[in-house]
Design a binder for this molecule. Structure first.
Ligand code: ADP
Length: 484
């Protein structure tokens, strides 16, 4: 489960709930506004219909009783007729529904019947006229009663509807509130259990690790993002632990490898300073041993220094044009002069193979490859150093028939401090030579290739751009990004 997805879903759901609540609130207030309006209309309808009834009754009375009835505010028949007309206008404006309009029309018709009949009874006495017009007034009053009843019923229906909506709104409000509280609660619970707890455990693990307990690892639990974070931390912790282990192994290896030549030197020094006469031949052998051990120490210290410089990004080349044949010859001759027990052979083309290179560094690479070929193969076995050309490249190969390297070990061969299992048994070494060699070759714009089969032998091939085709960088960058 991803934190992002959960948070997005939860926020979307709570937002939708809040929106639904707000929308229903707006709908409800709109509805209540309409209800109030309809209720007002119904009440107004009742009031106007009753006013019309009063107007009619007043007009139906004999003229002299009208002034008695309206004594507080004396009104003439004309005033009353005008009031009736005005009330009729009001009633027309107020009647919205077709049903109410029909009822009003009926009331208007009966009122108009009454007024049309009035001139016909003007010659009669007031009592006779009253009797004559009585049924018409009754009909008009009944029609107005129907209007009143309609509006009263309308008002009741509206009130019932409003009550229903009120109950519904209360229920809806409670539901939304409960859902919001439950949703918020569920989100908080989930955050506490699935986010805060793993985060706390991770921070505890980090503190413990920082405090020196290097075996501490963060639990990989919770949402994807936190699991990734914990995994990254654990990988980092593993890598740090591995690095520390490698550094310790390296230090142990360096100490061990320094000790061998040092004890040889110590023994030689003891022999020379013992005061006893030493035969010339023995002396020569001892001095040769001293030279070899010093050269070995020099190489080891040189490799260590180069590796440190490469790590720090301070490794410079001084380029010059040189023939690869000369460089290879110089290296091979040095080993031949040192009395190598191997069958070391040099193969050179007839034409020069020009390189724009740092000669000392290229020789260092060849030294490393030849020395490895000799170290990791039987004395007396053949080792070939071949200089050639392939297209725009110069190819310097060192071929041995030694212990070889397994496919698995080949993958990490150029990583610093890597040594194959069989090599450790066979010869001392730090495991830096090849990584330094690779950086030197890459700094020249070239590459090192290796082919090897365990028990059969290895071929290391250095490919460098030939002088006219070379465009090499002069400074080696830090190998932090190196993948072997
Ligand atoms: P070192 O030789 O000092 O250990 P290198 O970096 O030169 O360091 O070599 C790294 C490892 O590569 C060696 O320890 C060995 O295991 C392996 N290796 C290098 N060259 C050969 C070779 N010619 N034959 C077999 N193994 C080799």
């Amino acid at each position: 489960m991803s934190l992002k997805r959960v948070m997005t879903t939860a926020v979307a759901m709570l937002g939708a709930l809040a929106l639904a609540g707000a929308a229903s609130l707006i709908l409800l207030t709109t509805y209540l506004h309409r209800t109030t309006e309809s209720m007002g209309n119904a009440v107004e309808g009742v009031r106007v219909a009753e006013a019309l009834q009063v107007d009619l009754l007043m007009l139906h009375r004999p003229p002299d009783t009208i002034s008695q009835l309206t004594s507080g505010n004396p009104r003439s028949r004309e005033d009353l007729e005008a009031a009736l007309r005005s009330h009729l206008d009001e009633a027309r404006r107020n009647a919205w529904s077709p049903q109410e309009q029909a009822l009003l029309k009926e009331a208007e018709r009966t009122i108009s019947d009454y007024f049309l009949a009035r001139p016909n009874v003007s010659h009669l006495s007031p009592e006779q006229a009253g009797q004559e017009l009585g049924p018409r007034v009754e009909t008009a009053l009944a029609a107005l009663d129907a209007l009143v009843t309609f509006n009263v019923n309308e008002a009741r229906t509206i009130q019932l509807q409003a009550d229903r909506w009120d109950r519904l709104a209360n229920l809806g409000g409670i539901c939304v509130a409960v859902l919001l509280v439950l949703g918020g609660g569920a989100l908080l619970w989930w955050l506490r259990h699935s986010v805060f707890r793993p985060l706390l455990e991770m921070s505890r693990a980090m503190r413990r690790f920082g405090g020196g307990r290097k075996r501490t690892r963060a639990p990989e639990s919770g949402p994807v993002e936190l699991r990734d974070m914990a995994r990254t931390f654990n990988e980092m912790a593993n890598s740090l632990a591995r690095q520390q282990e490698e550094q310790l192994t390296f230090l142990a290896g360096v100490a061990h490898d320094l000790r061998n030549p040092l004890s040889a030197l110590k023994m030689s020094a003891a022999l020379v300073t013992s005061g006893r006469p030493i035969p010339e031949e023995r002396m020569q052998k001892t001095m040769a041993l001293v030279r070899r051990q010093v050269a070995r120490l020099d190489r080891m210290v040189g490799d260590l220094l180069d590796a440190t410089r490469i790590e720090a990004g301070r490794f410079e080349l001084s380029l010059e044009e040189r023939d690869a044949r000369e460089l290879a010859t110089a290296v091979v001759e040095l080993y031949l002069a040192g009395g190598s027990s191997h069958d070391l052979r040099l193969h050179l083309p007839e034409e020069p193979v020009l390189l724009s290179c740092d000669a000392t560094r290229v020789e260092q690479v060849l030294h490393n490859l030849v020395s490895n070929a000799l170290k990791y193969s039987q004395g007396g076995s053949r080792v070939d150093v071949i200089v050639g050309r392939e297209g725009e490249e110069a190819v310097l190969s060192v071929v041995d028939r030694g212990i070889g390297i397994s496919t698995e070990e080949l993958r990490l061969l150029f990583a610093p401090f890597r040594r194959t299992g069989r090599a450790r048994e066979k010869a001392p070494g730090v495991g830096l030579g090849l990584s330094v060699a690779r950086r030197i070759v890459e700094a020249h714009g070239g590459r090192i290739e290796v082919e090897s089969r365990p028990g059969v032998g290895s071929t290391f091939r250095v490919r460098l751009p030939r002088a006219h085709a070379a465009a090499q960088p002069a400074v080696v960058s830090s190998p932090a990004d190196t993948v072997h």
